[in-house]
Ligand binder design. Structure first.
Ligand code: ZN
Length: 452
């Protein structure tokens, strides 16, 4: 009878973390196809490119809420900016030959460029041209969000070929009152507490920097929507960097206490080693990520917090103080493709996206299953054979479950203070096996949960 009870463990609340399930943790969403689909959309801080991106995501995630916050809305020390939209932009020779066309690559125009139409001398135009002399065939990515300006970005090699005295310049854009748009999706949990997953959606045709985070977050959201609920809810935010996170925080200030762990995801589609930037004060999410990466077989590096990077610095600002770290593979500013046209769909691979998906899935599963227990009767070791636990272990082991040693660790360390992650770390055992051992002990009524 006990054996049957033990085998049923795979279907209980903690089943998502057992070994058998984890082996099959592949996303049902085709992340590479979604990435290619989103790549050409003209995203920026605001505007129709962001809306089109969120609308495309909604096709896979019908419960995604698309929210609009009006220009001028006060959000902490900031104001929601005017909305920027662009329809076309070109640089032509005076006889009408197109040399630079926004339609070919949306990196060609500096984000938030004001409208322009006219003939400019090469010298005048030069003040509005951005190139990368060290990477002469790459187009740089530039923005001018908070200073009214206009500009073009082009390969340095092309600019050197452009030696006419004057050019026809046209930017058909609007900068007007409108809204800031972001996406929010919530997977409810069994408690009021939740995990925050945040990605930025403000970069145009850049694949690793923004799109990799977007598609992995979308795949995770789809995965968890199709699973039975867990202890913690999971909130997914798809928002423009900085002003988007500040806007969301300002609009949800009364509910922030619900967020107990969080991750910003960015540049997770390249095949380089993982990098994780710790939270400001240190937190369980830091230990969880380090634990998962250490047992993943992937190369990785842990980095200390610094107040530069992505929205972890908004979530971790002193008046907010949420425990949100940042998971990356390539680190912003340190790889040659960063913020150039070389960060394209060939720089990101389906293999890397799938690896990143699995790592984050394990981190989320760990956080949702990291409970503290105490022994019901902690006097000496319980008699395992009488409770059918040896047979249960033999059964679990085939699916990569708990060993006898794992069971002994759990029975020794469940003192009402140490969490399962603490026990996994101390015993140098993957969390999933400690979780499986705890499930056996729970079913045999040897341990009981301690509520904090
Ligand atoms: Zn960036």
């Amino acid at each position: 009878m006990m054996l049957d009870g033990v085998f049923k463990m795979a279907d209980n609340d903690h089943g998502a973390d057992n070994g058998a399930d984890r082996g099959g943790a592949a996303p049902s969403l085709d992340m590479m196809a979604l990435l290619r689909n989103l790549f050409p959309l003209p995203r920026s801080l605001t505007g129709d490119g962001v809306r089109a991106t969120l609308t495309a995501l909604k096709a896979d995630l019908p419960s995604l809420e698309i929210r609009e916050v009006s220009t001028g809305t006060r959000v902490f020390d900031w104001e929601v900016p005017r909305e920027w939209n662009i329809r076309a932009a070109t640089i032509k020779t005076l006889d009408g030959r197109v040399l630079v066309d926004f339609a070919d690559n949306n990196l060609h125009v500096v984000g938030y460029s004001i409208p322009v139409s006219g003939t400019f001398s090469r010298e005048e135009l030069a003040r509005h041209i951005h190139t990368l002399p060290d990477q002469p065939d790459a187009i740089p990515y530039r923005t001018s969000y908070y200073a009214e300006n206009w500009g073009f970005c082009l390969p340095h090699s092309l600019w050197q070929e452009m030696q006419d005295e004057s050019y026809l310049v046209e930017i058909d854009s609007t900068l007007a009152d409108g809204a800031l748009t972001y996406g929010e999706l919530f997977v409810p949990g069994d408690s009021n507490e939740e995990i925050l997953i945040s990605v930025h959606i403000c970069h145009p045709s850049l694949a690793n920097d923004n799109l990799s985070g977007i598609v992995v977050a979308a795949a995770l959201a789809q995965h968890y929507l199709s699973q039975p609920s867990g202890r913690l809810g999971i909130r997914f935010l798809f928002l423009p960097a900085t002003i988007g996170a500040i806007t969301w925080l300002a609009e949800n200030e009364d509910e922030l206490h619900r967020v107990v762990h969080g991750l910003v995801l960015t540049c997770i589609g390249d095949e380089g080693p993982f990098h994780y930037k710790r939270t400001v004060e240190g937190a369980v999410v830091d230990l969880a990520v380090e634990h998962v990466l250490a047992h993943s077989g992937h190369a990785f590096e842990m980095m200390e917090f610094s107040p530069y990077g992505y929205d972890e610095r908004q979530y971790g600002s002193p008046g907010i103080a949420l425990a949100v770290g940042c998971l990356m593979r390539a680190v912003h500013g340190t790889f040659p493709e960063y913020h150039t046209s070389l960060d394209n769909c060939d720089f990101v691979t389906g293999t890397a996206l799938a690896q990143s998906f699995r790592v984050i899935l394990e981190v989320i599963d760990l956080l949702r299953n990291n409970v503290t227990y105490r022994r019901v009767d902690g006097r000496g070791e319980p008699q395992l054979g009488r409770r059918g636990l040896y047979r249960a272990i033999a059964g679990q082991k085939e699916g990569g479950g708990a060993s006898q040693m794992d069971l002994l660790w759990v029975l020794n360390q469940c003192d009402g203070q140490r969490s399962l992650l603490d026990i996994a770390e101390r015993s140098r055992t993957p969390f999933s096996r400690i979780r499986a051992a705890a499930d056996l002990c729970l079913d045999a009524e040897l341990i009981t949960e301690v509520r904090s």
